[in-house]
Design a protein around this ligand. Sequence first.
Ligand SMILES: *[C@@H]1O[C@H](CO)[C@@H](O)[C@H](O)[C@H]1NC(C)=O
Ligand SMILES: *[C@@H]1O[C@H](CO)[C@@H](O)[C@H](O)[C@H]1NC(C)=O
Ligand SMILES: *[C@@H]1O[C@H](CO)[C@@H](O)[C@H](O)[C@H]1NC(C)=O
Ligand SMILES: *[C@@H]1O[C@H](CO)[C@@H](O)[C@H](O)[C@H]1NC(C)=O
Ligand SMILES: *[C@@H]1O[C@H](CO)[C@@H](O)[C@H](O)[C@H]1NC(C)=O
Length: 186
Amino acid sequence: MEISPRFTFAICIIQSLFLISSAQTCKNYTFPSKQVFSSCSDLTVLQAYLHWNYIPSTKSAHIAYRASQSSTRWIAWAINPTGSGMAGSQAIVAFRHANGSMAVYPTPIDSYTPSMQPGTLSFPVSNISAIYADNETTIFAVIGPLANGTTFNHVWQEGPVSNTNPAIHSTTGPNVQSMAKLDFQS
Ligand SMILES: *[C@@H]1O[C@H](CO)[C@@H](O)[C@H](O)[C@H]1NC(C)=O
Ligand SMILES: *[C@@H]1O[C@H](CO)[C@@H](O)[C@H](O)[C@H]1NC(C)=O
Ligand SMILES: *[C@@H]1O[C@H](CO)[C@@H](O)[C@H](O)[C@H]1NC(C)=O
Ligand SMILES: *[C@@H]1O[C@H](CO)[C@@H](O)[C@H](O)[C@H]1NC(C)=O
Ligand SMILES: *[C@@H]1O[C@H](CO)[C@@H](O)[C@H](O)[C@H]1NC(C)=O
């Protein structure tokens, strides 16, 4: 059978429509809790999304970081106020315990072999919570006041949990590409 160019073209259109409609974006995501965030960013790797409201008067951001994840692994989102990669980043980590309760806490990443235990960040963080639903983990938090303007390097990550502790993440592929610049006022 001869396949006409027009037919091939139609197939391409149908395929691209399908790709567009199946691609998830953060813009029209509705939170189960009905929280509304005015800004969001589709992060480049690890099927992750950052949503936020920035409040200039308090130099604070209400954030929701969500990422596709299995219920037995951790996710983390961080600002690195002094560099661009992992070392020095100020993280919030979350995972689900076997009993279904969520662990979620701030943890400063002071080296390339961090303890990932609860700690104090270099900026205030409050109202931390996390949920696991629909194969996604979401971290909610209020961060700030933030010094040094509204543009930051941020880092996000995921890895396995071992004996109720976050264990080392993969050091190849998407897990080493998960960093970007972020402007809370964009
Ligand atoms: C988001 O919008 C796109 C395009 O308008 C649509 O195809 C998709 O189903 C929407 N997703 C959600 C979760 O509403
Ligand atoms: C602001 O930037 C300085 C210089 O990079 C850094 O030492 C400091 O930790 C930053 N402060 C905060 C709160 O991020
Ligand atoms: C669930 O398991 C974690 C880790 O073992 C424990 O710290 C926590 O207290 C448990 N929560 C409940 C409600 O049993
Ligand atoms: C943090 O949570 C408390 C208690 O739920 C609430 O009263 C307060 O408004 C929250 N703060 C922010 C900045 O959302
Ligand atoms: C969650 O993941 C499982 C396994 O991949 C899949 O079968 C299921 O449909 C997913 N559920 C949702 C709500 O996406």
